[in-house]
Design a protein around this ligand. Structure first.
Ligand code: PLZ
Length: 451
């Protein structure tokens, strides 16, 4: 697209008309043209869920090249939590881009990187001394958290959990549980990765304490605490199905880690930054992780990620051992500071809880009349419905896919997830107006009723 063509498009951000508007079938002709170019030019492995050419987004909508306006219940996978093209974020990006776009923080440092680190040290759970390091993606943050934990403990092994998702790089594919589409054919994977059972109350029926005892037994008997550098877990699992562990599960794991010198890493890449109605999901369970990985919501859509944690652990890596050309890019840091300002000062934690109240009430009332919704779970603006056969609880991936597809065709962006592909997750931007959120849920309800 030329600059002139870009100028002719509607501006994004909250001033976009907040409406669902379908002027063509999805995808319309312009979108179809782009999808044909994509199929010819982009590697087949890079998929897409919503077959439209996005040209503007903001508030609670994504507008496509054909003039359709779709309700956004996905936030680009939990990224645009503050709202797409948030005015403060867009302004900060433009101002920093006009100043300088890169020096490489490892060559000549700049203030915004340090300010982001200070904010992360202040905002992540616990009031111990903390330090941070910045990276480009969630996967890169996870890789570095594991590097740091290994260096600190001098031990090799890492434990991840059933249904866990941690990224698509080699180490993080190994940590990720699900084979298709994330791992299949892409091995061999890194060694010294072990898997423990996750607390999944809907399917394991265990208390948090009982589920933790199972996981701890594996760590003690199959790995040995002396060999274990880190336990990594998403406090609320994202791609794995928005699984919320039973009360007591996470605290028992943290206690065991602490007693055994194992670094406890909370992967808050998806659950962090106000998404759950708390700044970090760890707070909902009363746990203080040793290290926290963040990305996604941190910078309003710019690629930025971080590892934050106990200063003595973070400082274990020797000078020059951590970094990367782009990590903590100044434009991304400027965006992060603007987004963090919005998280802290624009009532977004409260807004996430309000959105959670609406989502939960609507989905639970749907569940009353439709037992194919096996469970509604989550916190804040991170809520999901798991679809299963009412008697057997056999996962119903076909129904899930059909409902999501029908909702998208009607102009509502919804995402699925889950090891069994039977979960629809709701991750709206916190800038979505209530009426649009309700309309989106109406469309999902209609799609469910029709299948
Ligand atoms: N850890 C908990 O949710 C990214 C990936 C979707 P990156 N989740 C969405 C896909 O199909 O690739 C994620 C996450 C958790 C790590 C990551 C990885 O973050 O920024 O995608 O590398």
């Amino acid at each position: 697209m030329t600059l002139a063509e870009l100028d002719a498009l509607p501006l994004g951000g909250p001033s976009l008309p907040q409406e669902r508007r379908l002027v063509t079938p999805i995808p319309g002709p312009r979108s179809q043209e782009l999808l044909a170019r994509k199929a010819a030019a982009v590697a087949a492995g890079v998929g897409h869920t919503v077959p439209v050419e996005a040209v503007a987004a903001g508030g609670g909508v994504v507008v496509d090249a054909d003039g359709n306006s779709l309700i956004d219940l996905g936030s680009g996978i939990a990224v645009t939590t503050v709202g797409n093209a948030h005015p403060k974020v867009a302004q900060a990006i433009a101002a920093q881009a006009a100043q300088f776009t890169h020096t490489c923080f490892m060559i000549s440092p700049y203030e915004s990187y340090v300010a982001v680190a200070e904010a992360l040290n202040r905002l992540t759970p616990g009031d111990h001394a903390k330090k941070s390091a910045l990276f480009n993606s969630g996967a890169e943050a996870v890789e570095n958290a594991v590097k740091i934990a290994r260096k600190f403990t001098g031990r090799p092994a890492v434990v991840a959990f059933d249904h866990g998702y941690h990224g698509r790089t080699n180490l993080t594919m190994g940590l990720t549980a699900k084979s298709m589409p994330y791992k299949s054919g892409f091995g061999p994977f890194a060694s010294e990765i072990y898997r423990a059972p996750m607390s999944y109350p809907y399917r394991d029926g265990l208390t948090g304490a009982a589920a933790a005892a199972k996981a701890i037994s594996i760590m003690e008997k199959q790995i040995g605490a002396d060999n274990l550098a880190a336990v990594i877990i998403e406090p609320i699992q994202g791609e794995g199905g928005f699984i919320v562990p039973a009360d007591g599960f996470l605290p028992a794991l943290v206690d065991w880690c602490r007693a055994n010198g194992v670094v406890f890493i909370a992967d808050e890449v998806q659950s962090g930054f106000a998404r759950t109605g708390a700044m970090f999901a760890s707070e909902l369970f009363g746990i203080v992780p040793d290290l926290v990985t963040t990305a996604k919501g941190i910078a309003g859509g710019m690629p930025l990620a971080a590892v934050t944690g106990r200063a003595e652990i973070m400082d274990a890596a020797h000078a020059g051992g951590l970094g990367g050309t782009y990590g903590g890019n100044p434009v991304a840091c400027a965006a992060a500071l603007a987004a963090i300002d919005a998280f802290e000062n624009d009532g977004l934690l409260e807004r996430a809880r309000e959105i959670g109240g609406i989502l939960r009430a609507r989905l639970e009332s749907l569940q009353q009349s439709d037992p194919r919704i096996g469970e509604v779970r989550g916190h804040g603006a991170m809520i999901a419905a798991e679809f299963a056969h009412p008697e057997t609880r056999e996962p119903d991936a076909a129904l899930t896919a059909a409902v999501a597809k029908a909702a998208i065709a009607e102009g509502v962006i919804v995402l699925t997830c889950g090891t069994y592909g039977n979960v629809i997750r709701f991750l709206p931007p916190l800038s979505i107006p209530d009426d649009l959120l309700n309309e989106g849920l109406d469309v999902v309800a209609d799609a469910l009723a029709a299948h």
